[in-house]
Design a protein around this ligand. Structure first.
Ligand SMILES: NC(=O)c1ccc[n+]([C@@H]2O[C@H](COP(=O)([O-])OP(=O)(O)OC[C@H]3O[C@@H](n4cnc5c(N)ncnc54)[C@H](O)[C@@H]3O)[C@@H](O)[C@H]2O)c1
Ligand SMILES: O=C(O)[C@H](O)COP(=O)(O)O
Length: 525
């Protein structure tokens, strides 16, 4: 039975889902990093929010971990490269808390416009400072949205509902989407110049980090008010402080900070700052949504191999998972076969998918093939890390899909190009669900791959098979399966033999020395 650890405060709905799905679940919140490292090895799944830091050290200690589920959106607290390298799937719940966070941004805008937190504190203190708190209307003001994705779009709709003029900077926002939303798409400088309120809704990336720095703050309208319910590092806090002190920026409402938890901060204590402790997603509704969703997604993966909302691998639905499994095994075997025979640097890999398999989720199959291909050179490769490693090594990977059927209903062909040669191998899955090789280097044959295989290429000449059989017999190597194929009588021939154990180096040398042998290699699968 898979075992999941919930290490941040999640709605109890998540625990119930895991239990209902037959998954053992422990809830241990507030663990420090050493405590987490100590226990993480026991778990197949880890469910988190933003508090748990999934560092390379945690990943290293997570010997059984298969999936990290983020009940929320931002996965900046998870070391994605480390998780990917270890084959751990990281998934989030990209929509579950969007409305709640957008509503928080709007609430923060009003808090700023009308000094609500300051007036609240003053009134509680019995001061009745009616003339001190003079606000501004939002009606007819310009709201500048930086990042118009899920949350930014909802903020845009709410802003339009409040009779604001909404402008947005988002390089990935299409003109059609902007028109549908009723938003004017502008460049960043234009937004900075025109907005009375600026609200940030981008992820934290190298491009968005420090987007509101001294230089950009200087381009804003005097009296601008800034709202950040996205990520702390989008604003340079020292520059914001200076811009408020100079009177250029009227105020800022911040839910997120450069360093969290933010127990101290240079902005704390400033009258013009409204602060909340990363509460964007904190409503009953959003927490129920994300907890249910993450528990379902993690259970689907741990129990059925279905992948939803992963940030590091392609999705696989629960329906396609069982159909894909034998083809993924085939793709990995084709990759492994080619990988064990390839001793030079790989330049290009092409995967041809023909027939029914062309309609499947071929990215998953390509990742499986790359895993098999790279494994002989790299012990630490898996279906999650393989595409990243291939890219890092400059291997060009392409897919070709054809719907038509030939002699076989469906098949996959893998072609590997190096500086010296091109090698291709094709296979299919038979009705018994087992993968078979059907062609090697253009030579037809039908062979299942066992654990130990002997691969020999030779010139098709009489007497060769007898000589080969007697070498194996003399070495007491039992033949389990013998598969032969040839280009034409007397031409190139291939012999793929399943044997019941290792083929020692000395035996291999004897085979290589036989007349007409071009190559002989022991392969394992
Ligand atoms: N405060 C909270 O509690 C809370 C809650 C939920 C989400 N968030 C954060 O809010 C942010 C937005 O979440 P979302 O769900 O809307 O994400 P999203 O991916 O749907 O939208 C992000 C948008 O930013 C745009 N973008 C990317 N790079 C950009 C750039 N360089 N300049 C301008 N725009 C750029 C993208 O095109 C996209 O449209 C994330 O950082 C998320 O972690 C915070
Ligand atoms: O990215 C998110 O979903 C938000 O930052 C919410 O974080 P939380 O789940 O820790 O409140």
């Amino acid at each position: 039975m898979p075992k999941v650890l919930i290490s941040d405060k999640l709605s109890p709905a998540a625990v119930q889902i895991f239990k209902d799905r037959g998954i053992e679940v422990d809830v241990k919140t507030g663990l420090d990093k050493d405590e987490l490292i100590k226990i993480i090895g026991d778990y197949d799944g880890l469910a988190i929010r933003s508090n748990t830091k999934v560092t390379p050290a945690v990943i290293e200690a997570a010997k059984n971990l298969k999936v990290v589920g983020r009940a929320g959106i931002g996965v900046d607290n998870v070391d994605l490269p480390a998780a990917t390298a270890k084959g751990i799937i990281v998934m989030n719940t990209p929509f579950g808390n969007s409305i709640t966070t957008a509503e928080h941004a709007i609430a923060m805008m009003f808090a700023l416009a009308r000094d609500i937190p300051q007036a609240n504190a003053s009134t509680h203190a019995g001061k009745w400072e009616k003339s001190k708190f003079m606000g501004v209307e939002v009606t007819a003001k310009t709201l500048g949205i930086i990042g118009c994705g899920n949350i930014g779009s909802i903020v845009a709709e709410r802003g339009i509902g409040l009779k604001m003029k909404v402008i947005a900077f988002d390089p990935f926002l299409t003109a059609e989407r902007a028109a549908d939303l009723g938003v004017e798409k502008v460049e960043l400088d234009e937004l900075l110049k025109r907005a009375d309120f600026i609200t940030l809704h981008t992820p934290m990336t190298p491009q968005t980090k420090n987007v509101l720095n001294a230089a950009n703050l200087a381009k804003t309208k005097k009296g601008v008010r800034i709202i950040n319910c996205a990520r702390g590092g989008l604003i340079v806090e020292a520059d914001l402080k200076a811009a408020i002190e100079s009177g250029h920026v009227a105020g800022a409402a911040l839910d997120v900070f450069e360093e969290e938890p933010a127990k101290t901060n240079i902005l704390f204590g400033m009258e013009q700052i409204v602060a909340t402790p990363h509460l964007g997603a904190s409503t009953n509704e959003a927490q129920e949504n994300v907890a249910l969703q993450v528990a379902e997604q993690m259970s689907d993966y741990l129990l059925d191999g279905a992948i939803t909302n992963s940030v590091n691998v392609p999705s696989i639905s629960a329906e396609e998972a069982p159909k894909l499994t034998p083809f993924a095994e085939l793709a990995q075997q084709l990759g492994s076969f080619a990988g064990q025979l390839t001793e030079e640097g790989i330049k290009e890999v092409t995967l041809e998918y023909e027939g029914d398999v062309a309609e499947m989720n071929t990215r998953v199959l390509t990742n499986a093939a790359l895993t098999g291909l790279l494994k002989p050179q790299l012990e630490d490769v898996n279906t999650v890390s393989a595409p990243v490693i291939a890219k890092e090594r400059g291997i060009q990977v392409s897919e070709v899909k054809r719907e038509q059927r030939g002699a076989y209903e469906t098949y996959i062909r893998l072609t590997v190009k190096t500086a010296e040669r091109e090698r291709s191998v094709a296979g299919t899955v038979f009705s018994d669900g087992k993968p078979r090789l059907i062609q090697i280097k253009g030579v037809n044959m039908e062979a299942a791959l066992g654990h130990h295989m002997l691969y020999v290429t030779n010139q098709d000449k009489p007497g060769f098979i007898g000589a080969l059989g007697s070498i194996l017999g003399k070495a007491s190597i039992n033949i389990a399966n013998f598969n032969l194929g040839r280009e034409a009588a007397g031409g190139d021939a291939i012999c793929l033999i399943e044997v019941d154990g290792d083929v020692p180096e000395a035996v291999l040398k004897e085979i290589q020395a036989l007349p007409h042998v071009v190559q002989a290699k022991a392969l394992t699968f």
